[in-house]
Design a protein around this ligand. Sequence first.
Ligand code: NDP
Length: 401
Amino acid sequence: MSKVLIIGAGGVGNVVTRKCASVPEVFSDIMLASRTVEKCKKIAAGIGGDKIKTAKVDADNVDELVSLIEAFKPELVINVALPYQDLTIMEACLKTRTHYLDTANYEPKDEAKFEYKWQWAFHDRFKEAGITAVLGCGFDPGVTGVFTAYAAKHYFDEIHYLDIVDCNAGDHGKYFATNFNPEINIREITQNGKYWEDGKWIETRPLGIQKPIEYPGIGKKESYLLYHEELESLVKHFPTLKRARFWMTFGERYITALNVLQEVGMTSIKPVKFKGIDIVPLEFLKAVLPDPSSLGQGYKGQTSIGCQIRGVKDGKQRTYYVWNNCDHEKAFRDANAQAVSYTTGVPAMIGAMMMLTGKWQGAGVFNVEQFDPDPFMEKLPEYGLPWHEEVDKPLPVEKRQ
Ligand code: NDP
């Protein structure tokens, strides 16, 4: 029986709140706080009853956060605001000795970095305070790290090659929209690509490497090599990896629109003067694009995200593929959300459950792959994310096209 404070009332915040509310035996008292309290109230009203308390908080302000935490006294803060708020929320957790969990690594506002170093630097202070921070507990990062840990634990003596494959074969009927916060999404895609090979990072042009990959239940989809933050923690925690890559699918129309927006400067994060005021083009673009949490209604099709791994077991080569497919319409029926918010919010709730029930313990700052994957894998299907596996079959990412 625990109190939990959820910060951020966007697409993901909606799913985490609903999912926590569905497990009152673990999350007995829930507060949802965000910058715009009306959004919290709308989510709370959708859940019904007086189950969810709401509050307004500016998560960029440590003192405001500390006051809220001291008033509500949660055991755990689930941060599903934006990556810009990670450090202030961690600071407030330290000051109040409260456990912490998030789904995306800290980002400085003025530079797209996707690095863990700022949050890993909190390790000793969290350890001294005797509290736990779990970083990156959505789907990717999140479940992809748990999948990798599960593969390493049960199927391999050493893992050598890891390909994370992320396909969204859904159709929301809009000309151009991003499935999670547009600012973060576009920053991620327009940066250089990067992958790990033979002990070093290889950089590529943005979306410079592509190939069709077959996705279970979906078929072949053009997939692009991207840098994704979990690669940094996975190569650190699985040093036997010779290569680690991340692939994501994009439709032709999405790429064309993105190229145009980029060419005309609309994806830039450098402020420009407009009628005497500084505006950041990407922030303005976010304001005119559809809100990701509004895409759920009528969204059709599936996502498929998984890990394809090659390594050795008992001296023999082995392959392993583990994945989840999530249907947008099912996600909408279950949590009033599209599948991208759903596949992020469900693992965040399960990670919180692991912490509050003592399955994942430790003082310090951790990535999900450092914990026992088994109890988490067991809960995924129970809360809406069934997974499947194939052993010693040809890996789709390695097939010649
Ligand atoms: P949204 O933009 O829909 O929601 C973000 C929420 O955070 C909004 O309610 C926003 O408030 C609130 N917020 C922003 N700034 C502040 C602040 N200073 N103080 C308080 N609240 C604030 O984003 P999503 O729900 O799509 O994404 C949430 C997080 O999940 C992001 O960090 C994203 O990167 C991560 N994510 C992780 C994935 C994974 O698999 N690991 C996949 C998808 C997303 P307001 O309503 O006022 O704007």
